[in-house]
Design a binder for this molecule. Structure first.
Ligand code: ZN
Length: 467
């Protein structure tokens, strides 16, 4: 008998972690960071609810920090075993975990400055870049569709989730002398309209299915319409003569934006001649994509093979990748006609804040929102129509034209989730909804009832199920 315990992303979207315990092995699926607010900081600091040294293996479905971000902490606290992931995931977490450790150290330094003054005890960072290096050394890279024994009684197989580069659907087969049980975890399931990546692999057999439900309550806006809106917003901005700012997540959305800018350029519809990718992390992640053309969908892979040698500048000739702070500051001297893509995706940090400070107050500036903006972030305040915002200690009037594009998403929507899960053969697997807010899960649960008369469980934190 085996037990699966839900240790994160229950009725919420961050902190993914699931513990599988059999009579012979213990495996941790995902080691995600909690994100968003003070509660998340506390959750990240809390002890793991298991002994790190009891684990035989760790599996990461993909590189996003809410699935991988606590791995260095796990290693800092004694885990020394293998960490299974795809090669692209390894390359991406190399960039992302180092960035996370750097930010963690900066935050800690700032906080300790105040604490020292107040005579309080100093904080230690969650983990350091050395812990990241130690964690990366434990990687065991495996390909899609290659079954691998990761413990005496557990076999792992990765399938393509089509969510970001290297992302996987995880299949685990638990075998003992009498029987075998198959668990499928959807990971973050991709949007079938996403360019570059392939559509999620279809699986048909499982005894247990863990399904993400980020967009369990709704369908995305039409993708083609969103692309058209994007093109029109850029043309409007070019006619107005101002700069365009696009806050963007470094992995996934940035490459989607670059892809479409290149398409518009090739169609003769892109008027701007100065385009800046102003984020060292996004530049590094974007360069990685060219090592993985074989993971692209056939059509886009062919377009890239025909037009691109080694870099995004081949696809989008007016692109400038600005690595240094000096290069980034140079962009401020451009009074109009530029497109600036920078992080962070929700305007909570990074170089985009400097560009917003310099451009938001100008009538001819345009701000194009291409991603989700959580409550409490600067990005959300702008989307909600703030007239005045505080950026880096400065009061800034919002005079720029704002475009919010609703159709770009790296996640499957309600209909895509239902369709994908609907491929599982009857008798249906036991279904558990994870990685979603409760109202989204309830809406999706209702849909599973209506479409398939299939009951979806909504597990709570620390709940255990017997397999
Ligand atoms: Zn993800």
């Amino acid at each position: 008998m085996a037990i699966l315990q839900f240790l994160g992303a229950t009725r919420e979207v961050t902190g993914s972690a699931y513990l599988l315990t059999t009579s012979r092995s213990t495996v941790l699926l995902e080691c995600g960071m909690h994100q968003g607010g003070r509660d998340a900081d506390q959750a990240n600091l809390a002890d793991f609810p298991f002994q790190t040294t009891d684990l035989d293996a760790v599996i990461l479905s993909h590189a996003h920090l809410d699935h991988s971000g606590l791995l260095p902490k796990l290693v800092k606290q004694g885990y020394q075993g293998p960490v299974f992931m795809t090669r692209a995931t390894y390359n991406l977490i190399d960039i992302m975990l180092h960035d996370a450790a750097f930010l963690e150290m900066k935050d800690c330094e700032w906080e300790n400055k105040q604490r020292r003054r107040a005579g309080k005890t100093l904080l230690e960072p969650l983990y350091t870049e050395q812990d990241v290096d130690a964690a990366l050394k434990l990687r065991e890279v495996i390909d899609y569709h290659q079954p691998v024994n990761i413990a005496p009684d557990i076999e792992l197989q990765f399938y393509d989730a089509g969510h970001i580069l290297g992302s996987t659907i995880v299949e685990l087969s638990v075998k003992d002398a009498r029987e075998s049980r198959r668990i499928v975890f959807s990971g973050d399931l991709g949007n079938t309209h996403h360019p570059l990546l392939k559509d999620p692999d279809i699986l048909t057999r499982a005894d247990y299915l863990l399904l993400e439900s980020t967009y369990g309550d709704r369908n995305h806006r039409d993708y083609d319409e969103t692309v058209e809106e994007f093109c029109q917003a850029l043309q409007e901005a070019a006619d107005a003569g101002g700069n365009v700012m696009i806050p963007s997540f470094a992995v996934g959305r940035t490459q989607e934006v670059l892809f479409w800018l290149g398409k518009f350029y090739r169609q003769g519809r892109l008027k701007q001649r100065q385009i800046f990718l102003d984020s060292p992390m996004a530049i590094a992640a974007s360069e990685l994509y060219f090592h993985y053309l074989h993971l692209f969908n056939d059509e886009d892979a062919q377009a890239f093979r025909d037009n691109v040698k080694h870099q995004w500048e081949d696809w989008l000739p007016d692109l400038n990748c600005t690595h240094t702070t000096e290069e980034s500051m140079q962009i401020n001297t451009i009074s109009g006609g530029a497109i600036i893509i920078a992080g962070s995706g929700m305007c909570t940090g990074g170089r985009i804040r400097h560009h917003l400070k310099n451009n938001l107050w100008k009538n001819n500036s345009h701000l194009i929102i291409v991603g989700f903006q959580a409550i409490g972030t600067l990005g959300r305040a702008l989307v909600d129509g703030a007239q005045q915002v505080n950026i880096l200690g400065h009061e800034v009037a919002v005079r720029a034209t704002l475009h919010t594009l609703g159709g770009f998403s790296a996640h499957a929507d309600q209909q895509q989730l239902l369709e994908w899960a609907g491929h599982f053969a009857t008798p249906r697997p036991e279904l558990y909804l994870v990685h979603g807010e409760l109202d989204k899960m309830l809406a999706l649960q209702e849909q599973f009832h209506q479409h398939y008369q299939w009951h979806a469980h909504i597990p709570s934190y620390r709940e255990k199920i017997k397999l």
